[in-house]
Design a protein around this ligand. Structure first.
Ligand code: PMT
Length: 396
């Protein structure tokens, strides 16, 4: 039986959390409730205690609450942390890592996926601070059940009403089902740019930040896969609970990916690998004493194509960063590189693609196409894994 820790925060929508709890129980979910102090002014802890058949956690400093260090034991037991309703205040504290009550402390102690259902006045919801905090959470892979639009409890008309109970419960059940559905898979993900040195101080590279590949690797890890991330030079820290191998050049990436791919079930090439490198690297800094200099370049190995030529049972995912005819070029790459799925990125728009937290893509495979409109890179990563699972299952 999965365990959901239901966080309830101080908002008129708190009464709907009782229904959320009951609907989850009907689906064989064990629900424990954590309330903020403000939430207890809307619905009493006694109500949730009676409905959940468990003590309700409100005050982490109350005597008797810490026999088993409650915020840690509950965080550890959770398969999902669902916060409904989530106020602007709790979103800010989650985004900034503040731990000043039972719920926010448990949030930091938990490795379970987090799903929030925001509810507040429309002006609050549209405030840049709230939008920024939600963007931070989304980039971290947090699921958001969008609030509805209509008459709000404050009498205003607009977006901010807690989502329908059915939508919250549906999103929670989907998050629970996703968990560990990649268990037993060995996955290799490449990410970031490569750097091709001209001399000890100059190089050729590109604008990849590594965010897309890192999110793909983290999503696979969170769904139970054993993940090796082969990363070009990025400013991102090594993700927890997966193996990161750092490389610099296309040649190093080629060597490492081919070695790691030998034992992998799935390889995802999200890296922006250089297509050309300088034919020669100078050992000393090249002097600028000539007016013009011609750079001689040679092709690097196409790693994805090399994997495609010796594919075996492996499932190959490539990316295609394009500025025009995105899907047509992606389909060409699918065939030419013998890949199973190409994530076609239109990198010409603002706010998506290189270095952005969001992305938009079309998933192109031999059976068809799926359009993923602008969303967080983590959410796109989940969609990629959903599709890989379907295609591998269809293949048997
Ligand atoms: O890192 P971010 O800032 O988050 O940005 C994400 C991204 C835009 C870099 C990423 O989503 C993306 O599109 N990566 C692929 C970029 C790219 O190199 O596309 P391409 O069309 O040149 O290559 C097609 C595929 O072949 C890619 O899977 C690439 O990894 C692979 N390739 C390319 C060249 C090469 N020598 N070897 C390869 O394996």
């Amino acid at each position: 039986m999965p365990t959901v820790v239901l966080g309830v925060t101080g908002c008129i929508g708190a009464y709907k959390a009782c229904e959320v709890l009951r609907e989850l129980q009907k689906r064989d979910v064990d629900v424990h409730v954590v309330m903020t102090d403000h939430a207890t002014r809307f619905v009493s802890a006694m109500t949730f205690e009676a409905l959940s058949h468990h003590p309700v956690f409100v005050d982490q400093f109350a005597l008797g609450e810490n026999g088993d260090i409650r915020h840690v034991s509950l965080a550890d037991a959770a398969d999902l942390l669902l916060v409904a309703p989530a106020t602007a205040n709790v979103l800010a504290r989650f985004a900034r890592g503040i731990a000043d009550d039972a719920l926010t402390t448990l949030h930091l102690a938990s490795r379970a996926p987090l799903l929030v259902a925001p509810a507040m006045n429309v002006n609050m919801f549209e405030h840049p601070a709230v939008a920024e905090n939600l963007a931070i959470l989304r980039a971290r892979g947090v699921g958001v059940v969008e609030p509805g639009a209509g008459y709000l409890a404050c009498g205003w008309l607009g977006k901010g009403r807690l989502a329908e109970v059915a939508d919250i419960v549906g999103a929670a059940m989907a998050a629970l089902q996703r968990q560990r559905d990649l268990a037993g898979w060995k996955v290799v993900v490449s990410a970031g740019p490569t750097i091709e040195d001209l001399d000890p101080v100059r190089f050729i590279s590109n604008r990849s930040s590594g965010k897309m590949g890192y999110r793909v690797a983290e999503a696979a890890r969170d769904r139970g896969a054993e993940v090796t991330l082969v990363s070009g030079p990025t400013a991102l820290p090594d993700p927890a609970r997966l193996r990161t191998v750092r490389v610099r050049s296309a040649a190093e990436m080629e060597q490492t990916v081919l070695r790691e791919a030998a034992a992998a079930d799935v390889v995802v090439m999200a890296a922006a690998v250089a297509d050309w490198r300088p034919a020669r690297r100078a050992d000393h800094k090249v002097k600028k004493d000539v007016a013009e200099r011609t750079l001689e370049l040679e092709r690097t190995t196409d790693i994805l194509a090399a994997l495609g030529r010796d594919k075996g049972a492996r499932f190959l995912v490539g990316f295609a960063a394009e500025t025009d005819d995105v899907v047509a070029y992606a389909r060409g790459k699918l065939v030419k590189k013998n890949a199973d799925l190409i994530v076609a990125n239109d990198v010409s728009g603002a706010g998506v693609g290189f270095d952005a937290d969001d992305n938009a893509a079309t998933l192109v495979d031999r059976a068809g196409e799926q359009v993923v409109t602008r969303t967080s890179k983590r959410a796109l990563a989940e969609r990629i894994w959903d599709r890989v699972r379907e295609l591998r299952a269809a293949r048997g």
